[in-house]
Design a protein around this ligand. Structure first.
Ligand SMILES: Nc1ncnc2c1ncn2[C@@H]1O[C@H](COP(=O)(O)OP(=O)(O)OP(=O)(O)O)[C@@H](O)[C@H]1O
Ligand SMILES: [Mg+2]
Length: 281
């Protein structure tokens, strides 16, 4: 394994390995780096020590560089792992979002959201607007910012959420499921309103919102204004109680504009179909 690899390592030429005991120190350095799981630093230490000696760099600079490479690699590996676990259907970033295409979005609000204060403060964000205006894009982009900042984030469409909660309830595991969804510092619930919920679904949705209330941040997206959530949830009383909790600590971004999908088609000289009417299940 790695130890036998280290046993046979041939030392490079830096002065340090030529001093008495240098060879032994060299072997031990590699073995200890392996034991401490400093794989990235270990893989570059030989070549780096040679070049840094040639450039007259200090020991502190050399150590700093090697450890910094290790930390950077670990951070990016951990970000990648959390991105894979996030369930994001696509990856979208705030850099890719053209704010000038949607003048109804207040740039200052997006800048504020980008600070992730809302995640630290367990507040909610709701993106409302018609199809194609960037609700999912912004929700995922904020999710990616949160992941880059070290948080766990998880994405679910509202339909998938209800399906998962129903399944958990049937298996007598609803509490376990609610607890597991409650642990994410940021949950993204996309597409509320495209498919109306039945009574059980609305009740389970309320249970989740209640469970996360003041404990975690949730980003909601919906094509329906709040006044129509009674219809979406199929029950005005449950809708009112749900919205009361969602909106208590929240920022609503109401996007009024043309679908970016249609805009892009028009710019490309492609025919733009008349606006799509949401399909009711
Ligand atoms: N302002 C923008 N700048 C760059 N890309 C955008 C912008 N708005 C939307 N898009 C892109 O247009 C497509 C549609 O956006 P998105 O899926 O976020 O819309 P939506 O509001 O969630 O629509 P729907 O209600 O149909 O789900 C995506 O590929 C998204 O990246
Ligand atoms: Mg969407």
């Amino acid at each position: 394994m790695s130890e036998s690899k280290n046993d046979t390592k041939a030392p490079p030429s830096p002065k340090s390995t030529k001093s008495p005991g240098g060879h032994l120190a060299y072997q031990r350095l590699h073995a200890n780096m392996t034991t401490l799981k400093l794989g990235v630093a270990e893989s570059i230490v030989d070549s780096y020590l040679e070049s840094s000696a040639a450039e007259g760099k200090s020991t502190v600079e050399a150590l700093d560089y090697l450890l910094d490479q290790e930390v950077k690699s670990r951070n990016s590996a951990s970000i990648e792992t959390r991105l894979k676990l996030s369930g994001f259907p696509v990856r979208k970033t705030l850099e890719d979002f053209d704010l000038s295409a949607q003048p109804s979005i207040d740039t200052k609000v997006v800048q504020e959201l980008r600070t992730l204060r809302f995640v630290h403060n367990t507040e909610n964000v709701i993106f409302l607007g018609p199809p194609g205006v960037g609700k999912t894009h912004l929700a995922i982009a904020l999710g990616m910012e949160a992941i880059r900042a070290g948080f766990m984030a998880y994405y679910l469409s509202a339909a998938q959420l209800v399906e998962d909660l129903k399944k958990a309830a049937q298996q007598d595991r609803l509490d376990v499921k609610l607890r597991s969804l409650g642990r994410y510092p940021l949950l993204i619930l996309d597409e509320i309103g495209y498919l109306p919920m039945d009574r059980v679904g609305a009740h389970l949705f309320f249970r989740l919102v209640s469970h996360r209330y003041e404990k975690g941040s949730t980003i909601f997206t919906s094509n329906k204004p709040y006044s129509e959530w009674g219809e979406v949830l199929g029950d005005t009383v449950i809708a009112a109680a749900t919205l009361d909790r969602i909106l208590h600590h929240s920022t609503t971004v109401n996007i009024k504009g043309e679908s970016y999908r249609l805009m892009s088609r028009r710019k490309a000289g492609l025919p733009t179909p008349s606006p799509v009417i949401p399909v009711e299940a």
